[in-house]
Design a protein around this ligand. Structure first.
Ligand SMILES: NC(=O)c1ccc[n+]([C@@H]2O[C@H](COP(=O)([O-])OP(=O)(O)OC[C@H]3O[C@@H](n4cnc5c(N)ncnc54)[C@H](O)[C@@H]3O)[C@@H](O)[C@H]2O)c1
Length: 337
């Protein structure tokens, strides 16, 4: 039975990945430092037979080395990171610490194991920066990150590649587009809109809501990550995207439609409200994921209409998820300068 460490396993993607790994009968150790976005709720009701948790920071190299020695993983999925662009605008410190230094410490711990443990390092499409017109960035597209968040992710990708080349560790890098689905922290667009609709509040949208993102349902991303562990080529990067771009207004309209389809009453104050744009806001990200489809024999399965409906359905059945999170962490506008 393969054994995996998932770092950041109480977060959005990490918790969905852990659920999928357990469903596939793998053994999983979750390492999380329980920062603000970690939610115990995300892993409630899982079968604990093949699951364990260790509260640790990926910056704690000594502890990581101990864990690698005792757990003997075949692979590590590194999802531990600070992830909200607006927070990185207000204060970048945690992004440098967790996303760059954290990865450096993880790589140092892995140096001892060379080819015995494969690292799947999870990165983002945001490292490519704004992708204008109808272009789509493939894996050879230059890194031109625009925010402290995307710059910290780009730095970590470069570090990972350098450790493959210089120290011969076994690692692959994924660059994924915007994820959505159950268990996402409500500072992000889709769960925030769902929370506001449930609470009869206006729906704040940056600028005119035309910014375009390539949305992928979280389970499709997680399936690709597992394939990447088994089939990815050492030292290579793989884009993971749905191929479908939508602007924010389109997404919000889909969410509202999904509420109506489910016969949920929408309050009078629920109206789109345009607010001041995010500084340095990239207009468009768009990936060319042909390499991943071809080499990993992967393709996304969930279309945007079904995905949004499933997502809204999950939050409606899990309203307690919102009540466990302090409102101060997601209600106030950040990154406004
Ligand atoms: N959400 C997306 O749309 C998206 C898209 C592409 C890539 N990614 C990448 O996927 C990863 C996970 O994103 P997410 O949306 O699930 O984020 P999240 O904020 O929901 O979860 C991050 C988790 O990492 C933990 N963590 C942070 N720093 C840590 C540290 N130093 N040591 C141990 N644990 C730490 C947090 O406590 C949290 O549980 C990130 O690397 C992000 O850059 C996210």
């Amino acid at each position: 039975m393969k054994r995996f460490i998932v770092t950041g396993g109480y977060g959005f993607i990490g918790s969905n990945l852990i659920r999928l790994l357990l469903k596939k009968k793998y053994k999983v150790l979750n390492i999380d430092n329980m920062s603000y976005s970690a939610q115990k709720y995300n892993l409630r009701n899982i079968d604990k037979k093949n699951y364990s948790f260790k509260k640790t920071d990926i910056n704690n190299r000594k502890e990581l080395i101990k864990i690698l020695k005792s757990f003997k993983p075949n692979g590590i999925f590194n999802l531990a990171a600070d992830t909200h662009v607006d927070r990185s605008i207000d204060d970048s410190f945690n992004f440098i610490k967790n996303n760059i230094l954290g990865v450096y410490n993880l790589l140092e711990a892995l140096k001892i194991y060379k080819n015995k443990i494969r690292l799947v390092h999870i990165s983002t499409d945001e490292v490519y920066g704004d992708v204008p017109g109808n272009k789509r960035s493939d894996e050879k597209y230059p890194y031109i990150p625009s925010s402290p968040y995307s710059a910290s992710k780009a730095s970590s990708d470069h570090l990972v590649y350098s450790y493959v080349r210089t120290h011969k560790i076994d690692a692959v890098i994924s660059n994924c587009s915007n994820n959505y689905g159950p268990r996402q922290f409500p500072e992000k667009l889709i769960p925030k809109m769902i929370y506001n609709i449930l609470n009869n509040k206006p729906l704040p949208v940056y600028a005119r809501g035309k910014n375009s993102r390539e949305w992928i349902y979280v389970d499709d991303h997680c399936e690709a990550l597992i394939k990447l562990f088994f089939k990815g080529k050492k030292g290579e990067k793989y884009n993971i995207g749905s191929g479908i771009n939508c602007n924010n207004i389109f997404i919000i309209k889909k969410i509202l439609q999904s509420f109506r389809n489910k016969k949920i009453k929408i309050g009078k104050k629920v109206k789109i409200k345009f607010v001041k744009d995010r500084p340095g806001h990239d207009f468009r990200y768009a990936l060319n994921s042909n390499k991943t489809k071809r080499k990993l024999n992967w393709k996304p399965k969930v279309n945007i209409t079904n995905g949004i409906s499933k997502t809204v359905g999950w939050y409606l059945s899990n309203r307690a998820f919102f009540s466990k999170i302090s409102k101060e962490l997601f209600v106030k506008r950040l990154g406004n300068q």
